[in-house]
Design a protein around this ligand. Structure first.
Ligand code: 1HE
Length: 258
């Protein structure tokens, strides 16, 4: 509706798409409208965009599910609601381009679930992580029970829910919740810097990292090894890979670390 505040701001910068949560007055709590807006944006990534940076206005990445909408749902409505979260977060994780999330302040509940669906997480020093579902008498419903154990292990996730433990940005980096830790206000700059690097990769490599690597992680060892061989063969036979290998052998490509 026209008089409703905009919950997302989307801006294309060359081959990057910057998506900002713009509900700071509610600490970027995720109501259904915001969740469906995210789905719409991630379903229509413009041609030419090679990486997304997801960040937030205000002091907090996201306070999670908008609890004011958690009205009396019956069982089947609850199932559909959780499955809607799964659909949207799968759209982020298994979309067309990698997503770098820039975290700060609260990254809790559904906010952490969204962050976990992204491919790279940059945390500002103010970030803190929690799963207050345990204290609110509910359970995670946006995919955390599948994605978080892959990042930090099941025991740590269970601890967060059993005890309401709040994880600091420093703890989060060694646990694996974020891959990068930066000073306050430096997150977006770092996120864009990383997104620009990711955008330089061969699209086939980014595709393999987004779509094949997590499937290999879900496979048995023998299935995973076969998937790896198939993916490696497809990737190395692409014209872009051949060109990149020639560039290295003929001294035109950067060495590791340059
Ligand atoms: C909200 C929400 C919310 C803030 N739903 N309205 N998530 C939680 O249990 C986290 C709940 N939120 C908090 O613990 C705190 O708000 C924060 C630590 C994140 C930030 O504190 P603070 O002092 O900066 O803000 P505030 O004063 O608590 O909140 C400002 C406003 O945002 C206030 O509304 P106002 O109209 O009184 O100004 C709050 O009510 C509102 N607000 N968080 C609704 N979450 C797929 S299943 C996922 C399940 C979950 O995510 S459960 C975890 C829910």
């Amino acid at each position: 509706m026209a008089d409703q505040p905009k919950l997302l701001n989307v801006e294309q910068q060359d081959d990057l798409l910057l998506i900002q949560l713009t509900r700071p007055q509610k600490r970027n709590a995720i109501n259904d409208t915001l969740l469906l807006s995210l789905e719409a944006v991630f379903s229509t990534i413009p041609d030419g965009v090679k990486c997304v940076v997801l960040y937030a206005e205000g002091q907090h990445f996201s306070a999670g599910l908008d609890l004011s909408e958690l009205q009396e749902r019956d069982v089947i409505e609850g199932l559909h609601h959780s499955r809607m979260w799964h659909r949207v977060l799968d759209r982020i994780q298994f979309g067309t381009v990698p997503v770098v999330a820039v975290l700060k302040g609260a990254c809790v509940g559904g906010g952490l679930e969204i962050a976990a669906a992204c491919h790279i997480r940059v945390a500002e020093q103010t970030t803190f992580y929690a799963l207050p579902e345990g204290q609110r008498g509910i359970f995670v419903g946006g995919g955390a029970s599948v994605r978080l154990p892959k990042l930090i292990g099941m025991a740590r996730m269970a601890d967060m829910m059993f005890t309401g433990r709040v994880i600091s940005a420093d703890e989060g980096i060694w646990m694996g919740l974020s891959q990068y830790l930066v000073l306050e206000e430096q997150g977006l700059k770092k996120g864009i810097e990383l997104a620009k690097k990711i955008a330089l990769n061969a699209p086939m490599t980014n595709y393999a990292l987004m779509h094949v690597l997590p499937r290999i992680a879900d496979s048995t060892q023998s299935e995973g090894l076969l998937l790896e061989s198939l993916m490696a063969t497809i990737a190395q036979s692409s014209p872009e890979a051949k060109q990149r290998l020639r560039d290295f052998l003929e001294g035109r490509a950067k060495k590791v670390g340059e």
